[in-house]
Ligand binder design. Structure first.
Ligand code: ADP
Ligand code: MG
Length: 324
């Protein structure tokens, strides 16, 4: 027979070569990755610990703007997944990547994506252990499976809030939602802070010890504070009071709020915008409020979420950003 064997197809060889070149450095020498030369990876057991596993996929035009810089896409992908681990009190250590390159992506775009991912996996101490690479006629799509360790039985669940607990949130809320509006040209963002917060969220891995020690329940704020707090309430079988007048705001969000004619509606917008990647949690009322958290409400018997803003109850509607 003449002609190349399927395995010798130069385009296939190039593909494998590119995967090795782009992604092998991201294994950071982890033994279980076998230099990305095997069919699968191995994660050795860690006695006394549970493996916490999460997966998020992001799609161009849905979760990030069309034409977003590939390195920022990669970093957002890493961060939204690490945010889930942070909220669960887990210490990240490994990830698996799937990418679907669109035809329009150049070799340079692919390289920039890998560089962005490399920077964040390095910064957060995560080894890439494997993945898959495909082409798509559709928009750029990528997905990460992130893994972390917690002491056995200690993952912080959404279920666990008890009546009488206080409801708290970390950091500041609403910037990312305003950042998305700024990206769309709907609002001003003179110093770019809001946009930055939307494009490059910071997973709150610094909070994981505090959460493991004190939180009765927790979730990361990805859909919007009110929606994610509702997830906690539903999982825990309790009701919630959320007081948006206590919402922790950045200087930029506070400046925006001052200019809004309807304060209650504006607070609701901040409390329901997505992509903050802070942590909403509950803690027993006797626990001293840890630094970096703000008390925004309380856990009640029963069910349902009562939201207050500008001193009165308001209807939160769906209560969170929903992707179409
Ligand atoms: P298979 O066809 O056996 O599933 P692949 O040819 O897809 O394997 O992948 C070969 C190796 O390269 C595997 O170790 C796989 O985990 C790794 N790999 C492929 N794509 C990626 C990627 N995007 N990121 C990290 N590792 C990858
Ligand atoms: Mg194989």
């Amino acid at each position: 027979m003449s002609g190349p064997l399927p395995d010798a197809d130069p385009e296939r060889l190039d593909e494998f070569g590119e995967i090795a070149r782009l992604f092998r450095p991201l294994t950071r020498g982890a033994a279980g990755a076998f230099e990305l030369k095997d069919d699968a990876a191995v994660i050795p057991q860690r006695p006394g610990f549970d493996l916490v596993v999460t997966k998020d996929a992001i799609v161009e035009g849905v979760h990030f703007p069309q034409g977003e810089a590939p390195e920022l896409v990669a970093r957002k992908l890493a961060r939204v997944n690490l945010s889930d681990l942070a909220a669960k009190g887990a210490e990240p250590f490994a990830a698996f990547l799937a990418v679907a390159w669109p035809a329009a992506f150049t070799a340079r775009d692919r390289e920039l994506f890998a560089m962005g991912l490399a920077a964040d996996l390095e910064a957060y101490g995560v080894d890439l252990l494997g993945g898959d690479t495909v082409k798509t006629p559709g928009p750029f799509t990528c997905s990460l499976t992130a893994m972390g360790w917690v002491p056995a039985g200690r993952m912080v669940r959404r279920a666990g809030a008890r009546p009488g607990d206080r409801l708290l949130v970390s950091g500041t809320i609403g910037d990312a939602g305003l950042g998305l509006a700024a990206v769309k040209g709907e609002i001003d963002d003179p110093d770019g802070r809001l946009t930055y917060r939307y494009r490059l969220p910071e997973p709150r891995l610094d909070l994981r010890e505090t959460l493991r020690r004190h939180a009765t329940a927790a979730a990361d704020v990805s859909d919007g504070l009110v929606a994610d707090a509702r997830h906690v309430a539903e999982a825990s079988g309790v009701g919630l009071l959320i007081d948006l007048d206590r919402l922790p705001l950045s200087g930029a969000a506070a400046t925006w709020l001052e200019k809004q004619p309807d304060v209650a509606a504006a607070l609701l917008r901040l409390g329901t915008g997505g992509d903050d990647y802070e942590v909403v949690c509950t803690m027993a009322s006797g626990v001293r409020k840890p630094p970096g958290f703000t008390v925004i409400g309380e856990v009640r018997e029963g069910e349902g979420v009562e939201v207050r803003a500008a001193g009165r109850p308001i209807d939160p509607g769906a209560g969170g950003w929903r992707h179409a």
